[in-house]
Design a protein around this ligand. Structure first.
Ligand code: FES
Length: 190
C-alpha cells in the first residue's frame, strides 16, 4: 500500500511551488523574526575555516535502506567523521524544507538526507519528493547566503555501509572548505 500523503496528482516540484521569498518569510516568522526585516546576511558572520574545524553534520535518514546502511557501517566498523547527528524519518518523502533550515538554524555546518535508491523507496516515490525538496532548500540556502553546498542528498541500499560512510566523509570535506555555519555564532550570542 502506498502510504505517501495525498498529493492531488501534483509532482513533487509542483507541491513545493511556494516562492523562495515566501518560504524564507515563513521560516523567519517561525523563528520569531520579522518576515520583512532586512536580516543581516549570514555571510557577514562567515569565518574562515581553520585547520582544526570539524564540521557538525546532521543526517536525516529513512528508517529503511539508509538506517540499515548506517547500521552496516557500524557493524563493519567502517570509520566516518564522529560529529554526526542522525535523525530518522519514516521515508525521505517526509523531508520538509523547514526541517533542513531548522537544522542549520540550530548550528549544523552541513546537512544531508539519505534515502533508498531511486526506484527502491518503500513508499514508492518518497525519495523523489525528498530529492526535490533538497534541491529547493539548496536554492534557498544560496539565496540567503549560507550556501547550498552545505546540503546534499545521497541514495544507498541497506548493505552499502561503505558508500554511506563515504557520503558522510564527502560532505564533511566539502563543508570544511566552505567553513563554519555563521548562524552558530549568532545562536551562541543569543
Ligand atoms: Fe527509504 Fe522512502 S523509504 S527513501
Amino acid at each position: 500500500m502506498n502510504n505517501e500523503p495525498m498529493n492531488n496528482g501534483k509532482s513533487a516540484d509542483q507541491q513545493i511551488s511556494k516562492s523562495a521569498n515566501q518560504q524564507i518569510s515563513e521560516w523567519r516568522m517561525a523563528n520569531g523574526e520579522s518576515p520583512t526585516s532586512n536580516l543581516q546576511s549570514p555571510t557577514s558572520n562567515l569565518q574562515p575555516p581553520t585547520s582544526n574545524f570539524q564540521p557538525e553534520i546532521t543526517v536525516f535518514m529513512c528508517i529503511y535502506c539508509a538506517y540499515m546502511a548506517a547500521d552496516t557501517a557500524g557493524a563493519l566498523r567502517i570509520k566516518y567523521p564522529a560529529n554526526v547527528k542522525l535523525v530518522k524519518l519514516p521515508c525521505t518523502g517526509k523531508t520538509d524544507v523547514r526541517y533542513l533550515l531548522e537544522a542549520f538554524a540550530q548550528g549544523a555546518d552541513g546537512v544531508c538526507v539519505v534515502g533508498c535508491p531511486i526506484g527502491n523507496c518503500h513508499h514508492v516515490h518518497g525519495n523523489v519528493r525528498g530529492r526535490a525538496r533538497v534541491e529547493y532548500a539548496k536554492a534557498l540556502l544560496d539565496q540567503i547566503g549560507l550556501g547550498g553546498k552545505r546540503l546534499e542528498m545521497y541514495f544507498v541500499s541497506g548493505g552499502m555501509g561503505n558508500p554511506f560512510a563515504n557520503a558522510i566523509r564527502e560532505l564533511t570535506e566539502r563543508v570544511k572548505k566552505v567553513g563554519p555555519n555563521p548562524l552558530r555564532s549568532v545562536k551562541r550570542e543569543t
